[in-house]
Ligand binder design. Sequence first.
Ligand code: NI
Length: 185
Amino acid sequence: MLKPEDILDEVDKRLYKISEEVKFPLPKEDKKKIKEMLDYLKKSQIEEIAEKLNLRPGMGLSAVQIGILKRYFVIVEEITTEKDKEQKFKNYIIINPKIISHSEEIIYSEVGEGCLSVNRDVEGIVPRYARTTIEAYDEDGNKFEIRVREELSIAFQHEIDHLNGILFTQRIINDEQTKNTMRAI
Ligand code: NI
């Protein structure tokens, strides 16, 4: 199982490198890592477990954040509704992603973006496309398209940035005038 100390901190130079395209078939080792990454994120979103294991809650994790410079990431989205007795999650495994189109509308997360590699509070906001269409591959090498919006669109863009060696801290803006042209979510 992944531990918090397996996740690289923002001072680590590897986080600023461009990750390499994945070649299929995907090695077993990467499939195992993907499972561990999903498991880590899910646990981090379940309060009792997160507290016990001392995990900061996270929604997305890119391979580079655990020192694997390959173009893949995972996202665990909580989809619990009022009807559910326990928390429910949806997993996304995204390999060699490309943004093929996006909205003109720009949004930002009002509470600010977070990152498991950034262990401090960061002031300011990060502009992101409100809707994004991404082409990617699954673990078996099948190509698919996914359209994401709002929070999920932010998460996908955040993770694609990781694959290109960019942290959200590098995209921060603090200018009120620019901020007023975007929609807060
Ligand atoms: Ni991140």
